[in-house]
Design a protein around this ligand. Structure first.
Ligand code: KG4
Ligand code: ZN
Length: 358
């Protein structure tokens, strides 16, 4: 058995003890299991994507998702443990995503992790999926989380958060309607591209001009840190409805590039504004949409111009995965947190300031 949290003294110059965490992520359409030792060592990470199962429906079907999680979880657990070269009895802490997400999907990973914690007599940690994204840019860094302004851009959420430390979060603003990834996926569907459309729009946009069409930059001129993407989606529809559909191949790259630029402009401007307002000199970006090539390059350019440090989550940690959940569980365990086996999943779990939680 590896060291238990309570057994350990920081004999290695004050570095945190090497606790082994197994985490399960099942909040939406990816089942994932990861095993992590300490803050820096990812022993294994496996993901089973359900994209092919949901594609015929153009989006995630909750009932189908939970059944797929049920079917995939036992095999993924076995693979994650064998890839890590350890037995389940070597795990010090079991963790699972508790929300936000689809209730019936969250229950699969949550119940499995709780059952393992109970059977192995180890602590259980319920983790917020958004906190997984939020802290993922620090994954593998020996020094852990540093104060930063964080842009989380996924299929379900778009938010700007001031991060003082692990568990100390101040929500600066979020999208009033569609998340950025949702806007990418809905516009892609409208343009006849398969689900999930974000990566396809990114690809198509490489052959188009971002200045071809002047789509609205919603909320850009308004003070504050809120976003809105539903008007942009409607503008794309109104414009393309007037186009000759038999010439779709000719106008599609320009529409994709111009739509993408409108999203990226707002995300970059508001994030830089948040850094100025909070005085943070580190910006982090996470969530599936941070894979977007234009967002990455424009954010890099803007941060260089403003003299700010930028950390973007690695692509393998950007879309849903369990390594980011294991990382947060590791940090929570370090500061002595654990969750009750009676704790419930919460489809709308907010990203609260846990330092102030009773
Ligand atoms: O973080 P994630 O895996 O799931 C949620 O927690 O929502 O994010 C998935 C989202 C999808 O909307 C997908 O279209 C988007 O991330 N996405 C992208 C790109 N890669 C993934 N959007 C734009 N450009 C990309 N390259
Ligand atoms: Zn996510």
């Amino acid at each position: 058995m590896t060291n238990r949290p309570s057994d350990q003294a920081p004999a290695n110059g004050g570095a945190p003890p090497a606790v082994t965490v197994l985490a399960i992520e099942s909040s939406c359409d990816e089942t994932a299991v990861a095993v992590m030792r300490g803050r820096e060592s990812l022993l294994s990470a496996v993901v089973a994507s359900q994209i092919d199962a949901h594609r015929p429906f153009g989006g995630v079907v909750p009932e189908l998702a939970s059944r797929q999680h049920n079917a995939a979880t036992p095999g993924l657990l076995a693979t994650a443990l064998s890839d890590a070269g350890i037995a389940v009895s070597d795990i010090d802490v079991f963790a699972a995503t508790a929300g936000p997400g689809l209730a019936s999907s969250l229950l699969v990973g949550n119940t499995t992790a709780k059952a393992l914690a109970l059977a192995c007599d180890r602590p259980f940690l319920a983790i917020n999926h958004l906190e997984g994204h939020l802290l993922s840019p620090f994954f593998g860094e020996a020094g852990g989380v540093r104060p930063n302004v964080s842009l989380v851009v996924s299929g379900g959420h778009t938010m700007l958060v001031d991060v003082a430390d692990v568990g100390e979060y101040d929500l600066l603003g979020r999208s009033r309607d569609d998340a950025a990834g949702e806007a990418f996926d809905k516009v892609a569907k409208m343009l006849g591209l398969p689900y999930p459309g974000g990566p396809l729009i990114d690809e198509m946009a490489k052959d188009g001009s971002p200045a071809a069409y002047d789509f609205p930059r919603s909320m850009m001129k308004k003070p504050g840190f809120e976003f809105s993407f539903s008007g942009l989606k409607t503008s794309v529809r109104y414009l393309t409805d007037t186009f000759d559909q038999s010439k779709r191949d000719e106008w599609l790259p320009d529409v994709c590039a111009s739509f993408q630029q409108a999203v990226v402009d707002v995300l970059v401007a508001k994030t830089l504004r948040a850094a100025r307002a909070t005085g943070r000199n580190l910006i982090t970006v996470s969530g599936g949409v941070c894979c977007n090539s234009r967002l990455r390059s424009e954010m890099e350019r803007a941060c260089t111009d403003a003299g700010l440090e930028l950390k973007i989550a690695a692509p393998s940690l950007s879309t849903d995965n369990a390594a980011m959940i294991a990382y947060v569980a590791h940090e929570h365990n370090l500061i002595g947190r654990s969750s009750s086996l009676d704790s419930d999943v919460d489809p709308n779990l907010p990203l609260t300031n846990q330092a102030n939680r009773a």
